[in-house]
Design a protein around this ligand. Sequence first.
Ligand SMILES: Cc1cc2nc3c(=O)[nH]c(=O)nc-3n(C[C@H](O)[C@H](O)[C@H](O)COP(=O)(O)OP(=O)(O)OC[C@H]3O[C@@H](n4cnc5c(N)ncnc54)[C@H](O)[C@@H]3O)c2cc1C
Length: 460
Amino acid sequence: MNGARPRPSRPHLLYPGDPGYDEARAVWNAMHDRRPVCVARCRTAEEVSDALRFAVANGHPVTVRGGGHNVAGAAVADDAVMIDLSPMRGVLVDAGAKVAHADGGCLLRDVDAATVRYGLACPAGVVSHTGLGGLALGGGYGWLARTWGPTCDHILAAQVVLPDGSIVEATDAEHPELLWALRGGGGGNFGVVTRFTLRLRPVGPLYHYVAQYPPATAARALAAYRSFAERQPDNLHVVGALKRLPGAAPDGGGVVLRLSGAYFGDPQDGPARIAPLLDAAPPETATGRVISYLELQGMGDLSEPHGHRYYTKSGYLTGLPDEAVASMLSGAREMPSTLSSIDFEYLRGAIARLPEHDGAFPNRDAPYIVTASAQWTDPAHDEENVAWTRRAVRSLSGSRMPGAYVNYVQDEEWAPPDIYGEQRLRRLAAVKRVYDPDDVLRGGRIPAAARPTTSASEGT
Ligand SMILES: Cc1cc2nc3c(=O)[nH]c(=O)nc-3n(C[C@H](O)[C@H](O)[C@H](O)COP(=O)(O)OP(=O)(O)OC[C@H]3O[C@@H](n4cnc5c(N)ncnc54)[C@H](O)[C@@H]3O)c2cc1C
């Protein structure tokens, strides 16, 4: 030992032409082929601070990559510095306190793997390769949201690196407005979250079932779902997807409905809880079994691979009247790609229990969310797939309610006031002015200068 102080570590910078640059700038949705000035791979909050100071000193805007899943490609921009948190995936669990400390670059599977060994989980999304960062900062719907609330309701505190390079802890006592903004909806507009402190909930084996309906009975099953979902207990969550069968010509029928449910009470009671739905609309095939929470969380992984082309359009619905059911079925018949789907779920439960004004996360009252999710591989089919998603959701306009879920918003189709409402947006923009007045952090939807205007009409 010579007493020399260890040299502070630096982020690993990848420039165009460097080995690894192209892999590092690629995000989940292959529609976004953008070229950042450089990618700064960070392992610690200090390295993130270093990367932010470097970007600001050189006049570059910054984007942050959590899991890279954002459908709009918010993690990457031309001519910006991309702060890549993917080397930061550690999780520490305090099982006694039911709290996890998760690094800002964690994927959902990192958090689940660390917590379930203690019989605990933080409610999150349904695909385990999604990033915790973007999901939690935008809201976070998933299997447990009706039981316990979205992921953002579980953020107890956050370590945040601000654009000036300072590292702060946002808690209810320190930087409370920043914490409010991070708790859902605000996204990565204010700073880089290098560590989340998350409240955990008990989980154990659960009852899971899948029921499939052919074209002839899909409409009846959707009507049965409507009356069942609105009366189900909060610890049961049933989601639906309409798909077009491979081989079936667009507009020629061949639509199947798949309903999947998870019951978080005593698994032995699961079949009885589901029975009213299955009795009202007997499926063509159905399977039910007791599974682990980790198995549930990995079930969606294969159907949404990295590197395909995606476009989604989503909206909240006040209900699922017969006209909406008919529109969803005809939308499904017309989907150009059989990799696509129309997904829907009944929300409410614990999501709606927190009063609307208590958090940054908007639209808590929305009963249903419906998303047309186009997935394809050939760029030659971009236009028809994008047009299909827009058409499919536009056809539901009779049942739409105002608002949008920021994590499913793509392109500029929604103006910020449409997503957040004028009042909440004003408060979010005030937080932005304090913490990122020069709009260094891009990728979020909160404008640097708050000019909430009359809500722009939704794009076509
Ligand atoms: C296959 C798939 C499944 C999904 N399933 C669900 C679901 O079940 N429920 C649901 O609610 N949503 C779901 N989503 C949507 C998802 O919540 C958003 O795409 C979210 O943005 C993904 O976060 P990410 O970190 O992977 O994304 P990224 O693209 O890396 O980041 C998204 C945004 O968040 C910011 N950000 C990310 N991490 C940080 C951080 N640590 N600090 C500051 N800013 C940060 C980025 O700057 C960017 O603006 C899904 C998306 C996909 C692609």
